[in-house]
Design a protein around this ligand. Sequence first.
Ligand SMILES: [Zn+2]
Length: 784
Amino acid sequence: MTLFSEFTFSNCCYLRLIVPVAAILVLLLGTNGVVLGQDYERKWDNFESQQDLGPASTKSKTSMAAFGNDVFPLACGERPSTDQSNYDVLMYDIFLKITKSDPGFIAGRVTCLAKIVEANTETIEIDLAENMTVDSVYSPEGRLDSERDGEVIVVTLDGKHNEGDTISVTTFYRGRPIFCGLQGYDADIDKFRTINHLCISTLSEPSSARTWWPCKDRMDDKADSFKIAVQVHAPLDQNFICVTNGHHDSTTTLGETARTFYYTESHPMSTYLFSLAISDYGYKWEDTWTYKDNDGQKIMPLYYYTFEKNSDLIQTWGAVPDILDLFSDWFGIYPFADEKYGHVNFQAGYAMEHQTISSFPWAESLKHDTIIVAHELAHQWWGNMITCESWHHCWLNEGWARYSEALFRESTGGHRGYHAYMNAIKCTLSVGRVYVDDTTDINAIFDEELVYNKGAWVLHMLRHKLGDSLFKAGIRGYYHSDCQYSSATTEDMRDAFEDSTDIDLHPFFDQWIYGEGYPIYHWSYLPGPANLTSGSTERLIYFRVEQVQTATSQVFEMPVDLKFKYADGESKIVRVEIDSLLNRFAVRVDKECDTVLFDPDKWVLCEERHVDWRGIIIPDDPSVALHNGTLDSLYNDTIYTSSEIGKCKFEIKDVDSFPPGYKLNPDSGIISGTCKETGTWVFTVVATLNDDITLTDTATLSIVVDTVIKSRIESYTLHPNYPNPFNAGTLIKFDLPKQAHVSIDIFNILGQKVRTLVNRHFEGPSSQEIIWNGYNNAGRAVSS
Ligand SMILES: [Zn+2]
């Protein structure tokens, strides 16, 4: 579906499969011996004489609600719960009679050829709107009993049938279809004040097929094929033609008063994709698409029907062959290549992907819109070849078609065009999910943000997660899966991608299709030790990424790109897995970098914000580790914090592991006291920062409390650092005979001070050790 400025507009799709005539004839032979032969044909031929087609004089329009300001017109309300699990539709054979002088009235005969799938089946249920009159129901053996139960026709079969039996049930009916859902059946001259041509057309998505023809109106049982005959009574108007799905077999004339248009759709098709477009199309043209399959090069016809020659429209619709090439390359060959593709103008507020013949409103703005051409065409694969099994999974139609728009943009605008397009359709709803909970709510089924845009983003993110070649392999696997020419759930698609890529995608689909919202990342980084390897410029960068979303309780698991821009203009992208509320990790980069970017190409549906380093404790950096304590001596050291000194609160998590006798000041982070027990004490500190956001951080710290023979420390001694030279860090040791204020400064070979390592009070007598990581006061590595 696509929207225009004039009115709400939606895209749907259409699919077709060609079955040889011989194969159809085989299906006509039921296992219970019913042969649909001459008698069946006779009923077709004598259809009009058998039926009272009702008054054809009144010129009333179809009962159609005027378009209001609602996004969608009239919804039909909740569907009856039918029990249709006992039969599997094989084919619909449809004959419809439509009269130009009374276009809102339709009479027809629909034969449903089906296979029984439950033992002892005596009745079947067929959907047809309550206002439509059922004249009679026949099997090839004779008339069948039928009764109405609201929108359902309950047909009593000719005896009990068992699994595997083939039945044929023909319903003769007539009436004036009501306007329903997105439209249903409509006959109008000037609904949008633009066409000025009588146009009889249908748009049955999501559940309006039953308003104008009797069918098993559900997507989980596609008929394998359709035989379509539409008799159009338009005296002396030979331009008044009928366009519908599949292959146009023939047109026969009844003098100068009527013509019958015969079509065959040989591929499985959902009921909502069967369409009519009947009007005096004043401008028609044909084109071809050349493609290759296993048998070599082939040519498929393209048909276009509009009201008048318009160069803009011809140019826009002329993009079809290129888009067929593009999508066939991405997805697999166009699924109805043995039939056709085409466009037809019709009376509706939406574009609709009817199988093999997409319908477009007659609107000025659409004449330039190739995106909508791409959207409807993509539906031929996603929606028509593979149809969502129920409207709960509508994103398998609409999310895929919307994403295909971006693939089209990529083909014309490259990488930048693709990402710009995805960014333009970014869904920022923090509530609601892609899976449609209420399928009686048409606005929920076609929710532009959740089903279309977020659905498209799911595929965008899947592409990022898998990489282009695996993503394509997944698409091809889905295309060739059991869902091909059938229907699918989200799980079917997931399984097809898993089978093709060998990657567990359960968490991905759970969080993005069934979960709500998206992650909000607060991320920060701090350069770590340089000179990790002798002679190398490599260094570590510490990261801290926190998920702070509150609209959803879910924690997202996603791969995220980090981009490091070096001073020399080069850059490097590193992919990291962000999979918990707080991720801390270090990334090894080639050299000192100027800038770090988080998800630079916008592959993840998220909000991200770079915050100041709030790793309040830096446990990995030995230069800020707590110094050792001495038995029976006063201890004093401070937990290292970054810029938020004084703003955070500290707490020891496991007090039993803290040196007995020492105390932690929760506000200053100062640890002081006297310990009467030697040992290596390893404990966990939790720091909480309350600023514009609340952050907590934990670190594992340690204090070694040792005995020192006081008499041995008689002088202030600074020992040589070790190792020297060094890469990751060097140990600096000094002795204090008594308490003192100690400052240790590091100077470079030019005599310039590069780092103040220590400048504070120490208790004594004591031996102290400090590790220097080779950084200057600005946090940058200096030569060692
Ligand atoms: Zn669509």
